[in-house]
Every structure is written in structure tokens, then in C-alpha cells.
Design a binder for this molecule. Structure first.
Ligand SMILES: [Zn+2]
Length: 177
């Protein structure tokens, strides 16, 4: 069992999704808002959910993040926020005397300009800006790391693939001892 692959919510973005991308923050474009019935520990709770134009899972927005959004956009109307870019980041949050990783919306807005997109050499889709890097920088970074310019999705797959190969190599070494 790969412990990195368990305990993730398949429906909503969490700090683990940014860890998988090897980043602490990323820029996303707000696509819309809705209310979901979210089941936690067997209890159904109505949650505010924000969706993104980029290929990210929706984000549950807690009261802290709601307040940040209303401060950033000077409104509580979701319609007025749609189409705008925000940055989300991993933050250590203290709760019940312990530190947890939480996803937070940054208090400052990222640049709102549309940049020219590089294309992923694996799937052919646009390489979206991530972690404060623009499309060209992501392309350069993934090329230096994996040998190909990848979008974030393909980079995650390449990373998992590389780790698997490493594990297999280690197993071979173990067996030969
Ligand atoms: Zn790709």
C-alpha cells in the first residue's frame, strides 16, 4: 500500500494535492460557487464549494477563506468573483493543540493577465501556470526534471512513475542481497 495515495479526498482539493505537485501555492481562476452536501465522519454537512477553470478539484471554502474572498473582491457576491485569479497556499493551522496543513486563499491577488500557454509534450494540453511559475517556467522546470515539458497532471504521473521505478530498483537490490 502506497501511504502517499491513501487518505485523500477524491472530490475536493486539499493540501495533499499541492504536495503532490511539489508546490506550496498555486494560482487558480474562479469558475463558480455551489453548495455541496459533504459527508464527514458519517455526518452530512452543507458546504460552500468553489470551482476552478483549471484542472483542479473544487475547494471547500470555510469561513476563513470566505472572509478572505470578500476582502479581496470587496463583495460577498460570487458572480462578481468568477473569472478572477486567486492564489491558494498551504498553511500550518493550529487546532486542538496540534498543527495541521490547511489550504488558504492568499490575502493578495495574483496578476490577472492571460499568458501565452506552452503545450504539454505528453498530452498536448496547455501547461497552466502553477506555484508562482508561468507556463514557460513550468515547461522549463518539468523539462529539466523529467526530460519533457509536462502539464501539472502529467508531471504528477511522471513523478509517481519515477518513484515506482526507484522502488523497483530498491527491491531488486534487496533481493540480490
Ligand atoms: Zn500533460
Amino acid at each position: 500500500m502506497n501511504i502517499m495515495e491513501i487518505g485523500k479526498n477524491p472530490n475536493y482539493i486539499g493540501s495533499y494535492d499541492l504536495y503532490d505537485l511539489n508546490v506550496n501555492e498555486t494560482t487558480v481562476t474562479i469558475a463558480g460557487f455551489r453548495e455541496d452536501n459533504v459527508v464527514t465522519n458519517g455526518q452530512t454537512e452543507k458546504c460552500a464549494v468553489m470551482t476552478f477553470k483549471e484542472n483542479y478539484k473544487p475547494m471547500i471554502i470555510n469561513p476563513t477563506n470566505k472572509k478572505t474572498l470578500s476582502r479581496l473582491f470587496h463583495t460577498v457576491m460570487g458572480e462578481k468573483m468568477v473569472g478572477h485569479k486567486i492564489s491558494i497556499k498551504i498553511e500550518k493551522v493550529k487546532a486542538f493543540g496540534k498543527l495541521f496543513d490547511a489550504l488558504r486563499i492568499k490575502e493578495t491577488l495574483p496578476a490577472q493577465t492571460e499568458e501565452k500557454c506552452e503545450k504539454c509534450e505528453e498530452c498536448g494540453k496547455d501547461i497552466k501556470p502553477i506555484a508562482g511559475m508561468n507556463s514557460a517556467q513550468v515547461a522549463k522546470y518539468t523539462k529539466s526534471k523529467y526530460g519533457y515539458a509536462y502539464c501539472s497532471e502529467c508531471a504528477v504521473k511522471a513523478k509517481a512513475e519515477a518513484e515506482k521505478t526507484k522502488e523497483n530498483e530498491e527491491e531488486v537490490i534487496d533481493e540480490s542481497i
